[in-house]
Design a protein around this ligand. Structure first.
Ligand SMILES: *Cc1c(COP(=O)(O)O)cnc(C)c1O
Length: 403
């Protein structure tokens, strides 16, 4: 945790916990690194669904080429913040109202998910035009992916067998401009695996376009850049990815590639900070019960991993009984929910963990608060804090060094 963020965490009152703390300078720096690693002909869109917090989006805005959204709500949200930012609208099950809303909002690209959706688009266009990519479930082998959304049978995108009928609808209609293809097949890929996928996708797309006499001008290769929760320092290798993307660009002089990562952009900037309420032993196994739980941070339950964390010791203890603690042993960190699934990290070794110590869960900036089931059990919601160096609180150098 950066010193400025730690300072902020230490200054939170107990009543502020649990709290989400977002590291905005860290996010800006990370986004700048990603953008700098990519060739110029690669557009970087941020997948808003990963975390749509307005201040995160504002921090990202100057480093990305636009935003990918997947609902009418996200269109309204992003348009409200950025009247002119390029928006790409993807996702399954777009309603006629959402398609109309997208056209009204001047959405730059529509990612068409089915033949029926394309038909629906023709009914809401009126005298307008639409710029589309066809999202295809390209027949490739997707290996080592944490979450596969394509390759096999899938509700996402068009089956290749339906593409010709889509081309026919577009040709007959005359108001729809086809710019190319969209492919988002998997998530959790490292740079090598992602480049191998891009290679397969581009090979398939080349053959497809060539057979139909289509010049490919745009391919969106989706998101899915991996985030390794077990090894927080193993960040997706953006420089290697950027270098690898030069090859398809060199082979296609007129092509623009687009990527739309979410998790790998914002995961690292968020911390879920809470406090140990109880430490207990059951059949000799240690459990720490924390304020809050997976109704605030569903990520470890959804992905079945241990959320990485840092212990921030708090030495104040005012009770007359012995302070409950676990020492040099594995501890399971659970929340306040009455369900055995409310586990944030299982059997993780700690040096010492005491009632009253603070826990800062790392990598809680993507698919964290916004995918959680907030209302379950009606506990209070967390507080939200955006640390920016400009308005960082005064420094207590001693506290930084000892924590
Ligand atoms: C969710 C999603 C993304 C972002 O995926 P990450 O794994 O967060 O990078 C990009 N494109 C589409 C179509 C998506 O559904």
């Amino acid at each position: 945790m950066r010193a400025a963020v730690l300072r902020h965490v230490q200054q939170l009152a107990d009543d502020d916990l649990p709290g989400y703390v977002y590291d905005l300078p860290g996010l800006r720096e990370h986004a700048r690194t990603i953008r700098a690693a990519l060739p110029q002909r690669v557009d970087l869109l941020y997948a808003t669904k990963a975390n749509s917090d307005p201040r995160l989006l504002q921090a990202l805005a100057e480093h990305v080429n636009g935003f990918e959204v997947a609902s009418g709500g996200e269109i309204r949200h992003v348009r409200g913040l950025f009247p002119d930012a390029p928006i790409a609208f993807g996702g399954p099950g777009k309603t006629p109202a959402e398609l109309t809303q997208a056209l009204d909002a001047g959405v730059r690209r529509l990612h068409v998910e089915s033949e029926h959706e394309l038909g629906t688009l023709t009914t809401v266009l009126g005298d307008r035009t639409a710029d589309v990519l066809l999202r295809v479930n390209v027949p490739v082998a997707v290996r080592s992916a944490a979450l596969a959304m394509g390759g096999g049978p899938s509700p996402f995108g068009l089956d290749p067998s339906q593409l010709d009928r889509c081309l026919q609808i577009i040709a007959d209609d005359g108001r729809i401009r086809l710019h190319g293809l969209h492919v988002h097949l998997a998530s959790g890929l490292d740079a090598r695996a992602h480049l191998a996928l891009v290679d397969q996708v581009m090979g398939w797309a080349d053959r497809w376009a060539h057979q139909r006499g289509i010049g490919l001008t745009e391919v969106n290769i989706g998101g899915g850049m991996g985030v390794d929760y077990a090894h927080p320092r193993d960040v997706f290798d953006w420089p290697a990815f950027g270098i690898g993307l030069r090859r398809p660009l060199e082979r296609h002089p007129g092509l623009t590639l687009r990527i739309e990562p979410g998790r790998s952009v914002t995961a690292y900037c968020g911390w879920y900070v809470t406090q140990v309420l109880d430490v207990k032993f059951s059949r000799d196994e240690a459990f720490a019960v924390l304020r809050g739980g997976t109704h605030h941070l569903r990520t470890p339950a959804a992905k079945q991993h241990n959320q990485p964390f840092e212990v921030i010791p708090d030495d104040s203890w005012h009770q007359h009984w012995h302070r409950p603690e676990a020492r040099h042993e594995p501890v399971t960190l659970v929340g306040q929910l009455c369900t055995p699934k409310d586990v944030l990290a299982r059997r993780v070794m700690v040096d010492r963990l005491r009632v009253g110590d603070r826990i800062a869960f790392a990598m809680a900036g993507a698919y964290a608060w916004n995918i959680s089931h907030h209302e379950f059990l009606m506990h209070p919601q967390p507080t939200f804090h955006h640390v920016d160096d400009a308005d960082a609180p005064a420094v207590d150098a001693h506290a930084i060094q000892t924590a």
